[in-house]
Design a binder for this molecule. Sequence first.
Ligand SMILES: [Zn+2]
Length: 313
Amino acid sequence: MNKRLAIGIDIGGTNVRVALVTDKGVIIKKLKENASENAIDLALKLAEDLLNEEVAGIGLAVAGVIDRKSGKVLVSPNIPSVEGVSLVNIFIERYHLPVFIENDANAAAYGEKWLGIGKEFSNFVLFTLGTGIGGGIVYEKRLLNVSAEIGHMTIHANGERCQCGNSGCLEAYASARALLSKVISALEEGRESLLRGLFNGNFYKLTAEDIYKTALDGDILAREMLKEAGKNLGIGIANMINMMSPEAIILTGGLIGAWDIYIQEAIKEAGKRTFKNLFNKVNIIPSLLGDDAGVFGSAGLVFENMENRRISV
Ligand SMILES: [Zn+2]
């Protein structure tokens, strides 16, 4: 029997998402749960709910540095419970099916290439803009088998300390975590802002969305901080444009909700720092699949890997 379904699993710092996907890219069923407890047990449980005899394999997308050969997650600052664990072996032992693993941003890039806005381009770079910043690179219609940790490119010498241990990383300036930390420091120093009126003045409860909404109300501090984060993102985008000459920069993740200030500023900055001919041909655009890109991508990689295996045998 030609098995035409795959289970895509996206294990993130906040949620575990799973989806049963056909080889034509249609989601039959999807589930999402908060990963407050053990993310691995939760992923196994959710996968079990989708399993049937037509499933050809399982694709895992995990935030972190992955060793595809051993199936291990080497480093994952946002999901410590998966660090050093051979997730692939755990899933193979449980389900006796082929299992593949990929970094979550790489899987999202594959998802966009297969079914999203990336279908229209041969070469693009995807940025995931959330708590941290991740990336995936599609070159000549293929997902590059590289780490693509674009959030950890150095954009300031002797800059801010980053979660990864380096300093001056893009993520330390342009992520939601960085934005919040800068805003909180400014409020601690006594800066005036409408943000003080939220949560009865407990500004440690603020989210990136609160900052964007307050910026739209004309708040000077919120606007200044979003623009500063956007400007830094623009430096990272410019570096990728100058390096890869992509047809598109595809942006995804929670922070793209702040498009009109944060992303517009990034586009302006990228325009100043790139070669004109490269900037003129690049499309800087939002993703089409949004939060589903990871489950689509990890399921799609099951079909692609199984196809390649067949060819190589
Ligand atoms: Zn870093």
